[in-house]
Design a binder for this molecule. Structure first.
Ligand code: MN
Ligand code: MN
Length: 259
């Protein structure tokens, strides 16, 4: 009895706190169980107002980023171009500088795109933090990856909202021994009609766009070439995406490929 009372006490005290802290961009889960502890330097949880990252100090970039996109996020603010070190990272040696990519042959590619945060100068500026940047091959960044970013905003502007995960894996070299150049970039986009109680509305027929692209100049310009399944991305990364959905729903939506 004593144990039960103690248990009920803990549930009543901590459960509301735990639920209240789930931000909209983590509604579909924390794929690598990133935490905001300095000792967890290669899977370090970073909260910014417009997106969440799992930062990897050894790689000098994020493992993944996630954000929610709605019509109200897309505005008319110009790209800030204010590339800057992310001073919210614990120590100076965790932080990549804008100049670190210089002469590397790689673009500073956004995880959360500038245009997805263009309703205010403040939200746009945040997307130029170097923790949101990835070494992307110019053709990937400027063509194929961008085409999917544009397509996603087009769907959202048509009356949908989206939960987006973007990340990388593999290694094809480094920039100055400081930044790992990933061999692949993936994206998972969950599309819902605009509405409330999103988690409850995700069913086995919910549209999910998953892609896995090579970080190469030889990339095909059509993003649909790289359609894959969430399961394939989970297999490649070892992460669990959409972990807040029931096992039954995950089992179905994670094996479907968008057309
Ligand atoms: Mn880009
Ligand atoms: Mn999963």
């Amino acid at each position: 009895m004593k144990k039960l009372i103690l248990l009920l006490f803990f549930i009543s005290v901590f459960a509301p706190v735990a639920f209240a802290q789930v931000r909209v961009d983590l509604v579909l889960g924390n794929p690598s169980n990133a935490t905001a502890e300095e000792s967890n330097a290669d899977n370090y949880l970073v909260f910014h107002s417009g997106f969440v990252l799992s930062y990897n100090k050894s790689r000098g970039a994020a493992n993944w980023g996630t954000w929610h996109l709605s019509r109200s996020d897309i505005g008319t603010v110009d790209r800030s171009e204010a590339f800057a070190p992310d001073v919210t990272l614990p120590e100076a040696d965790w932080r990549i500088k804008p100049t670190d990519y210089r002469n590397s042959g790689y673009d500073r590619g956004h995880l959360c795109p500038s245009k997805d945060r263009s309703s205010s100068e403040k939200s746009n500026k945040e997307t130029f933090l170097m923790s949101n940047m990835q070494p992307q091959s110019p053709k990937l960044n400027q063509k194929t990856w961008k085409a999917l970013e544009d397509y996603t905003r087009q769907i959202v502007e048509g009356g949908s909202e989206a939960y987006i995960y973007a990340g990388c894996y593999g290694e094809k070299g480094t920039i100055k021994d400081k930044i790992t150049i990933p061999s692949r970039y993936y994206k998972i986009i969950v599309v819902l009609p605009e509405g409330k109680n999103d988690l409850k509305r995700i069913k086995t027929n919910t549209r999910i766009i998953a892609v896995d692209m090579p970080n190469e100049e030889t990339i095909n310009l059509k993003w649909r070439t790289y359609l894959t399944t969430v399961d394939e991305i989970e297999e490649a990364t070892g992460y669990d995406f959409l972990s807040t959905l029931s096992k039954e729903v995950q089992a179905i939506v994670e094996t479907k490929k968008d057309k």
